[in-house]
Structures are given as structure tokens and as C-alpha cells.
Design a protein around this ligand. Structure first.
Ligand SMILES: C[S@@+](CC[C@H](N)C(=O)[O-])C[C@H]1O[C@@H](n2cnc3c(N)ncnc32)[C@H](O)[C@@H]1O
Length: 326
């Protein structure tokens, strides 16, 4: 990873794109300029990779600042570029949806005694709120079996892997596999180990875009969720539910009592043009839908909600929106 990545304004991109060639001598010069260690010989596959990246940069993806400096040097012109956003490689390696610090800040705004956490997975929200509220954790995959494969353990029908790169954790649930048969069992293990009050958490199996499908894990008859909650939390859940995010927001609004609040965290739109977690196609790889802030705010207003942006410490990566139901 390079140190800093920048997103160019349209005008600046128009100036830079023609200078981003894909002839061999240009790519070799660029490769050498970007190398962090002395290079004896340039590996062919690395040059190919750089060529693919340069093609993405030409199309408006974030460019390492170092590459722009080299392009400027090679062109012999002073380009005077304007940046729309700049992110460091440390920021890009962060996983905001898995961050305890971000989740704690997010939960700091949540009030009330009954909270519905949408697309809850084995996230931090139930850990952080179960000490002071009844938390209903909803996920469409809680009843899905845990698959104990030879080289990985995962939740059937999802991309969710358990304890990737953590052999001790894998060994622990393998040894206790009769106790950990469904995704819900794993979520409870995670929450318990992190100090959640399990007696204050109710797991719900159901599709967030159709709350009438929600059941407790014992398969009880449909629950009355309409108007039942002081707060609904959706910590990156709108990014995880795919195209259905509008319906999910509508359902969340229906579950809220009057005067209640929906709390949403969503990735910033421009991140789709940065190599988050090391790859430009991270959103496709993880099945993440980019939800444009403007559209979210418009949708909230159409539902009669009063959305407000909240300031927080991860502003460069995501938006936090609080929506009150009058
Ligand atoms: C990354 S995980 C957990 C995100 C969680 N909010 C957190 O704090 O980490 C996303 C979850 O969304 C769930 N999910 C995806 N689509 C859903 C839907 N339509 N309804 C409910 N849950 C859904 C997945 O099963 C998965 O557990």
C-alpha cells in the first residue's frame, strides 16, 4: 500500500488522464518511482497489475499521491491538481463496520429502553446497548447452519466466515460443534465473550425488508413489531442488505414509536473509488451496496422522518445519520 490516495476533481482528472499511458517505458518508470525497496528486476505480473490500476486511475479511481507526483515529473508540467478527497493507507485498512470504537460512538447517541438492531450479525451494537436496553437483534441468517469445512468455518448461504485467520477460535468451536450449530449460536458466543447482557438480547430471524417475517429463534408466531421501538439501529446494515435498503428503511420507520429515532451508519459514497482493505473492488467482493447520502436523506424525508447528520471521529469513511419520527 502507498501512503496517501487521492480522488481528483473532474477537471484535474481531465488533465491527468491523458498523461496516464500504458506503454511499457511509462509503466516501468512509474513502477520504479512507486517501489518502496530497491528493484533489481521488475516482475512481469507486477507490471500487469500496475497497468490495470493505471486504467482504473484514468477512469477516476483514487490515485496514490506518489504516482501523481511522478506523472507530474515525467510530464515536465506543473499540474496544479484539485483533490476531492484524500485518505491514508491506515484509514483504508480500517473496517468501520467491525470497529468497536466507531460502534461505541454510534451507540452513544441511542436512547430508549427498547431497541431494534437491524442486520445485527455478531456486531457490537447488542454488546454496547444490552447493559441499558432490551435489544432485539434481527438478522436474516441467524437460523442458517454453521458449516464446518476442512479449511474454513462459515455460515451457510452467506459470505460470513467464522474466525478467519484465528486458529485458536476455530479449534474452540470445532471442539464444541454440538453447541454451535447455527449462526445465532456464534453471535451469542461473541456477545457473551465481550460482556453483553444476554438476558437483555432477543434474537430475531427475519428479513429486514419485510419485518412481518420476523420470528424468535424458537419460531414463535409473528411478532408485533409495528411502533414497538424507541430506537432502531442500522450500523452499516443498509450497505449489507443490498438493493433492498429503501424497503429496510421503510420497515425500520414502521417499527419505531412516535418520537423514536433511527440511527444509521453508511459508508461514504466516494469509498467505492478507493482501495478499501487493499482492493478497488472491495464492495463487490463483500456484497456491499453503496447508498448515496443524498438518496438516503430524501428517502427519510419522504417517510416523514427528520434526518440529521451527526459529527463523529470516522467522518472520512462513513456518515452517521439520526432520523427522528415526529
Ligand atoms: C457485516 S454483518 C453485521 C453488521 C452489523 N450491523 C455489525 O455491527 O457488525 C451484516 C449482516 O446483515 C445480514 N443481512 C443481510 N441482508 C439482510 C436482510 N435482508 N435482513 C436482515 N439481515 C440481513 C447478514 O446476514 C449479516 O449478518
Amino acid at each position: 500500500m502507498y501512503e496517501l490516495y487521492v480522488l481528483l476533481s473532474e477537471e484535474s482528472l481531465a488533465r491527468v488522464a491523458p498523461l496516464l499511458g500504458d506503454d511499457r517505458s511509462f509503466l516501468e518508470e512509474l513502477y520504479l518511482a512507486l517501489a518502496t525497496e530497491p528493484v533489481a528486476e521488475i516482475p512481469e505480473e507486477e507490471l500487469e497489475l500496475l497497468k490495470e490500476n493505471v486504467a482504473l486511475w484514468r477512469r477516476g479511481y483514487a490515485v496514490p499521491l506518489r504516482a501523481l507526483e511522478e506523472v507530474e515529473r515525467l510530464s515536465g508540467e506543473e499540474l496544479e491538481l484539485e483533490f476531492v478527497a484524500m485518505l491514508s493507507s491506515n484509514e483504508l485498512e480500517a473496517e468501520p463496520d467491525a470497529s468497536f470504537a466507531f460502534a461505541r460512538e454510534f451507540c452513544g447517541y441511542v436512547k430508549g429502553e427498547r431497541v431494534l438492531d437491524v442486520a445485527s450479525g455478531f456486531g457490537w451494537v447488542p454488546v454496547l446497548l444490552s447493559g441499558r436496553a432490551q435489544v432485539y437483534a434481527l438478522d436474516s441468517a441467524y437460523a442458517n447452519p454453521i458449516v464446518y469445512g476442512e479449511d474454513r468455518i462459515y455460515i451457510e448461504g452467506t459470505t460470513i466466515e467464522l474466525f478467519p485467520g484465528f486458529p485458536e477460535g476455530q479449534a474452540f468451536i470445532r471442539a464444541n460443534r454440538e453447541k454451535f450449530t447455527r449462526y445465532a449460536d456464534f453471535a451469542m458466543l461473541f456477545w457473551e465473550r465481550h460482556g453483553a447482557r444476554l438476558e437483555n438480547i432477543t434474537l430475531l430471524q427475519g428479513d429486514a425488508s419485510s419485518l412481518s417475517t420476523a420470528r424468535t429463534l424458537e419460531g414463535d408466531s409473528p411478532l408485533k413489531l409495528a411502533g414497538a421501538f424507541d430506537s432502531v439501529t442500522i450500523f452499516f446494515g443498509l450497505n449489507h442488505v443490498g438493493r433492498a435498503w429503501r424497503r429496510v428503511l421503510r420497515e425500520a420507520c414502521g417499527a419505531l414509536r412516535e418520537g423514536g429515532t433511527i440511527h444509521v451508519a453508511i459508508y461514504r459514497e466516494y469509498l467505492a473509488r478507493f482501495p478499501l482493505k487493499g482492493a478497488y473492488d472491495w464492495a463487490e467482493q463483500l456484497g456491499i451496496e453503496i447508498v448515496p447520502l443524498e438518496e438516503l436523506l430524501k428517502e427519510a424525508e419522504a417517510l416523514g422522518l427528520k434526518p440529521k447528520l451527526r459529527r463523529h471521529s470516522g467522518e472520512s469513511l462513513y456518515h452517521m445519520v439520526v432520523m427522528e419520527k415526529p
